[in-house]
Ligand binder design. Structure first.
Ligand code: OAD
Length: 253
């Protein structure tokens, strides 16, 4: 789709350009899965399910106590398998039906609730719980079983599988593709993220300096809320479907 207005909207604040063309990037965080019963990271006082994040989400923590870390992610994987998408995930899947390649969901979440809701254009910048990564050969097989009992890698046979999640101190996935999409979008929307982990927290600034309109949908204003053109507060399962109805209506006018 061609771009009509580089800010993706009229200067009066409308989110859609005159000919309805729009490229949209939606950045999601733990808050979008909260109403599916998947716990967020920072809402419980810096602890993640009762664990210090440094112990279970760093390469150093894994080197110190691999068994603890594997069991921790095994439990998270089982919880995600039992969770189901909520109206916010489903609304983004509906939006993709309208926008197709003009919508990219960039998620920091390691669950697969976007995909199970029907979204196909999803980038998991922090990896995926339902995938393992072999530290010997780099193979990344789909994985729904526990890893704590050190199963062999299906590719090389070594017992060196770890969860395919990005830990602090490691480089997130697909950064070039994300930066390209963010810098070329007309509308950047952030959903359910505290804005405290970079590079994701920096995407609003990249979008804004590239000329996009920016919107935050979060339970409370995030740490980077002041950088957005508009901030709406409330639960994602209410805010996201309402925003998608609004946007789809404007696009089809
Ligand atoms: P956080 O736990 O830091 O933030 C969750 C955000 O969601 C907060 O701002 C909450 O106010 C908001 N929230 C909670 N419930 C909500 C609801 N029902 N509807 C809307 N918003 C809600 O999670 P993230 O920002 O995703 O990284 O954390 C970013 C990264 O830090 C994670 O991907 C993970 C973590 O350490 C890695 O593992 C590398």
């Amino acid at each position: 789709m061609p771009r009509a207005d580089p800010r993706g909207g009229d200067r009066d604040g409308s989110l859609v350009s005159h000919n309805g063309a729009m490229r949209v990037v939606v950045l999601t965080g733990a808050g979008i899965s909260a109403e599916s019963g998947v716990r967020t990271f920072r809402d419980s006082g810096g602890l993640w399910e009762g664990h210090d994040v440094g112990a279970v989400a760093t390469p150093e923590g894994f080197a110190r106590d691999p068994d603890l870390v594997q069991r921790f992610y095994d439990a998270r994987r089982r919880a995600v398998l039992e969770a189901t998408p909520n109206p916010a995930h489903r609304a983004l899947a509906r939006l993709e039906e309208t926008l197709e390649d003009d919508l990219l969901v960039v998620t920091q979440n390691v669950d697969d609730l976007h995909e199970r809701a029907g979204s196909q254009r999803v980038v998991h910048m922090h990896g995926e719980l339902r995938r393992a990564r072999c530290q010997a050969c780099g193979h990344r097989p789909a994985w729904d079983d526990d890893l704590a009992d050190s199963p062999p890698c299906p590719e090389c046979g070594e017992r060196t599988l770890r969860p395919d999640v990005v830990w602090f101190g490691e480089v997130p996935y697909e950064l070039d593709r994300i930066a390209d999409a963010v810098s070329r979008c007309d509308l950047f929307v952030s959903v359910g993220t505290s804005g405290s982990v970079y590079p994701a927290a920096g995407y609003v600034a990249l979008a804004a300096t590239s000329g996009a309109r920016t919107l935050e949908l979060n339970l409370e204003p995030s740490e980077v809320a002041h950088l957005f053109d508009e901030v709406r507060t409330g639960p994602a399962a209410e805010l996201v479907p309402a925003w998608v109805v609004e946007l789809r209506g404007a696009l089809t006018r």
